[in-house]
Design a binder for this molecule. Sequence first.
Ligand code: AMP
Length: 242
Amino acid sequence: MMGLYSIRMRGAEGGPHEKGGRHISGAERIVEEQELETVASSLIQRALHHSKGKSDFINIRIDAVSENDITYVDCLAIEEHQTTSLESSHTLAKDILFSVVSHSAVEKAFTELGALPDNMRGAILMDAETGNRLDDHHMRGVRVSHMDAIGNAQESMNTHMREALVLATKVQSCFGIVGELCWSDDPDYTVGYVACNGVYHRIPHMKELGNPIGGRVFFVKANENSKEIVDYLENTTVLVRW
Ligand code: AMP
């Protein structure tokens, strides 16, 4: 086997992110050397043709990954839910989260995501008991990185879902994390999810069609070391087995 590489892309409009550019698209893969060029070109396509706009800044970074540094985890089980309105979707998502997160923290998570003035780059880290925010990165949040899947996913799975499942599986594999709430920032994509107890609950109508603001909340058990959690989420290389 040839070596594995982490390849990460971020695109923004109006200049680089760090100079105030608006984030358009970000994606990453972990692939073998001979796949790098094909994957790089598909990542460039994504940065240029996104429903949020056209990137005028694109950064692609490639790093070799040592096999010894990889953690393998099994993919979450998938449960597909059918709902007909935003209200019934939010009620269902809350009911699922109540099994692992306090009522006040769940309510706070929905309020915070609903009130975001713009898209965060990452996720809110929240105490599952008190609802207090544990990360101090404001609009940056905690950015999960260094993950991909190996093996073949279901044929029917779209890119959105594949990437969300990989991210959610890495997040749920982290010590101290008990649940996640997410909806997309893609204005055309209203499906969201809740992950907890080893299950990815896919829920339609989590936001209004056309809404360009999405978000994520990771719920953390009380008294866990949030620095170590952030380090795992941002830096540990995880490969998900389908
Ligand atoms: P997406 O599912 O890509 O549309 O992202 C929805 C929201 O989740 C974004 O607006 C970010 O706030 C957050 N998000 C996206 N990617 C990540 C990531 N890699 N780690 C943490 N949060 C993310």
